[in-house]
Design a protein. Structure first.
Length: 135
């Protein structure tokens, strides 16, 4: 399933500290891949499409919060004079940003592995067996 592959790429990018590229992959997963998966007549694929969509949306929100926090902290550090310029402010908050990116990447990776393995076993993303569809 392509949605899980793109989520996996996003997780790796986030684990390596490439948050903006990770956000791009999440946007691709959300806007172009989750929709066709949810339009499938198969209920299993619909549920996995919803899982991919929710994972992408939650990770995008987390990435956005981290980006806004980093920009705000850098601005405050520059204006207060404690950072000695934009380079000092950036390095002061670099570790915090990468730690949070790593946590987001680990969470995306967990959701991707959980959903992908359950999809290969014909289970719902949360691990339950699919109920039989009424004909």
């Amino acid at each position: 399933m392509v949605g899980y592959v793109v989520l996996g790429i996003s997780a790796l990018l986030s684990l390596f500290g490439l948050g903006l590229l990770s956000m791009g992959a999440l946007l691709i997963a959300w806007l172009t891949l989750a929709g066709p998966m949810m339009a499938e007549p198969d209920a299993l694929k619909q549920r996995h499409g919803l899982w991919v969509k929710r994972t992408a949306i939650y990770a995008l929100i987390a990435h956005s919060v981290v980006t806004v926090f980093l920009a705000t902290e850098m601005t405050v550090a520059i204006q207060s004079g404690e950072a000695h310029g934009i380079i000092g402010a950036f390095f002061a908050h670099y570790i915090l940003d990468h730690a949070s990116e790593f946590v987001i990447g680990a969470w995306i990776g967990f959701r991707t592995l959980k959903g992908g393995l359950n999809f290969s076993d014909a289970k719902c993303p949360v691990g339950q067996k699919m109920p039989a569809l009424a004909e």
